[in-house]
Write a protein that binds this ligand. Structure first.
Ligand SMILES: [Zn+2]
Length: 118
């Protein structure tokens, strides 16, 4: 698994698993990774715009948790790091898995509704 490379669905490059964020989404179940690489994520997001960040999180199937965001901003500022990168690092931690599962279920419900209504 260490040498496994997967293709980024945005830039098309084959990259090592470490170049992707962890994902607990059932649509990423096989590798447990997001479908686009870290570099593409940061290329696509405007880190100064919270709406851009929230839109990217939705694409990645990750929640925006206000308390975790605020904690990440404090942590990032102390180390002079990017707010968004710090938040992503924190939100993929296993202790948020249950919360992610709950939000996923809501997403699935919405999808199910869309299918029924279409
Ligand atoms: Zn990419």
């Amino acid at each position: 698994m260490a040498d496994t490379k997967i293709q980024c669905s945005r830039c098309g490059s084959s990259k090592r698993l470490t170049e992707y964020y962890n994902s607990y989404s059932p649509i990423h179940e096989y590798y447990g990774k997001t479908s686009i690489c870290k570099k593409c994520i940061f290329d696509m997001v405007d880190e100064k715009d919270l709406r851009s960040i929230q839109a990217m999180l939705r694409m990645l199937d990750k929640p925006f948790i206000k308390s975790l965001w605020d904690a990440s901003v404090v942590e990032a500022d102390k180390q002079d790091r990017s707010h968004f990168r710090t938040y992503l690092k924190n939100v993929v931690m296993p202790q948020h898995k249950e919360r992610l599962g709950m939000i996923l279920t809501l997403t699935e419900l919405k999808i199910a509704k869309m299918i029924i209504l279409s």
